[in-house]
Design a binder for this molecule. Structure first.
Ligand SMILES: [Zn+2]
Ligand SMILES: [Zn+2]
Length: 123
């Protein structure tokens, strides 16, 4: 049986993509860089292998920002939606999970960098 690819897009739909796999894990990152990049108390990423990801429209609208010595982030240059967190040399990357339009099975989340968790979030 052929499984449908997961599909997603940025807010303005200029960037559209497909993923030929289910995520190996789902991560909430509470680091200050993710908070600022996503305008949110944490960023939630689905981890995929690079080879399972393909941009189906709007590759020219994807901008890249080097947010640290070890990683880059991509976003839509038209609407600003966060798309990817890519650690240098890694075989996998984090996809900003809310860019996905296809439903995912419920699964546990892993929290990273809880030390910089937003103080205003009730525990
Ligand atoms: Zn966009
Ligand atoms: Zn982070």
């Amino acid at each position: 049986m052929v499984r449908e690819n997961l599909k997603g897009a940025c807010l303005c739909s200029a960037v559209q993509f497909e993923v030929a796999a289910t995520p190996s894990e789902i991560i909430r990152c509470h680091c200050r860089m993710c908070q600022k990049a996503h305008g949110a108390p944490f960023a939630t990423f689905a981890r995929f292998r690079h080879e399972d990801f393909s941009v189906t429209a709007g590759a020219e609208s994807i901008a890249t920002y080097r947010s640290s010595d070890v990683a880059q982030r991509t976003f839509c240059r038209e609407c600003g939606s966060s798309l990817q967190f890519m650690r240098d040399g890694a075989g996998t990357f984090g996809l900003a999970i809310s860019a996905l339009d296809s439903p995912l099975e419920p699964q546990p989340l892993r929290d990273y960098h809880q030390g910089s968790r937003s103080e205003w979030q009730a525990r």
